[in-house]
Design a protein around this ligand. Structure first.
Ligand code: DGL
Length: 268
């Protein structure tokens, strides 16, 4: 039986999930978060489904040991590849919410006609976004492109540099994006490049990411299940599988200087 005062577990391969954690913290300021960034295995987007599932399983076990009331997969790659598997294994123990459905529902609800989707090799290769568009019976036209250099570049802190400009130019010049009304940043790392991506298209494209729609879904779930925390019971905690200078820098950017980040070794 879950209780409102328990924390929410949230994970990604690295800093990307912090964009989602921040949206949850804004929407639900009373909630405590336990964040895990699997920096030692980043980038997930280049790993096999078997490896991604195995990493995620270890993280879920770890978060359960922290007595979380809900687990948020703050990663498109892990949501695409491992969410069904994790739910089938842990459904009796914890609810697991992924980032993919909430954002695609939002885009369809906004009656966008065409969307350009950027994501990792694993996410784009899984075909999950076009599959859901079809499943929802939408006429939304989607163009997809794998942009595998972006997440490692962000994890290295190379935003707003000559490197990011060159890499974005290479990807975003693809003619498939020209006619799209909107873009979907289908990797939770990419909002850290939002301004640069928007500038590339001179601000003409509406840009979606997973964070806000996911935060709404989390709020709805907690509210419907009487699990909303009534008051703040302590700070957020951050764990990584490898300490990296950039993870600390980005986490402090989001959460201030007070946070501590602990490295832990999960069984491999
Ligand atoms: N942030 C992750 C995502 O949303 C993945 C980045 C990676 O590890 O490849 O897909």
């Amino acid at each position: 039986m879950k209780r409102p005062e328990q924390p929410i577990g949230i994970f990604d391969s690295g800093v990307g999930g912090l964009t989602v954690a921040q949206a949850i913290a804004e929407a639900l300021p009373n909630e405590r978060l336990v964040y895990f960034g699997d920096t030692v295995h980043m980038p997930y987007g280049e790993k096999s489904p078997e490896h991604i599932r195995a990493y995620c399983e270890q993280i879920v076990e770890f978060l359960l040991s922290k007595h979380v009331k809900l687990i948020v997969i703050a990663c498109n790659t892990a949501s695409a590849i491992a969410a069904s598997y994790l739910r089938s294994k842990y459904w009796q123990l914890v609810e697991i919410i992924g980032v993919i459905r909430p954002v695609i529902q939002q885009i369809i609800q906004d009656q966008i006609s065409s969307v350009g989707i950027l994501g990792t090799h694993a996410t784009i290769g899984s075909g999950i976004y076009p599959q859901l568009i079809q499943e929802y019976g939408s006429t939304l036209d989607a163009f997809q492109l794998a942009t595998p250099l972006l997440a490692p570049m962000i994890e290295e802190g190379l935003m707003d540099t000559e490197v990011s400009k060159a890499v974005l130019h290479q990807y975003l010049s693809h003619p498939g994006f020209t006619e799209c009304e909107a873009l979907l940043l289908a990797c939770t790392h990419y909002p850290l490049l939002r301004q640069e991506i928007s500038d590339f298209f001179s601000g003409t494209k509406r840009i979606y990411d997973n964070a806000a729609p996911l935060a709404n879904t989390v709020k709805k779930y907690l509210s419907e299940n009487n699990l909303l925390a009534e008051s703040r019971q302590g700070g957020n905690t951050f764990f990584v599988s490898e300490q990296t200078a950039h993870f600390e820098k980005t986490a402090r950017l989001f959460y201030g200087t007070q946070i501590t980040i602990q490295k832990i070794d999960l069984p491999s």
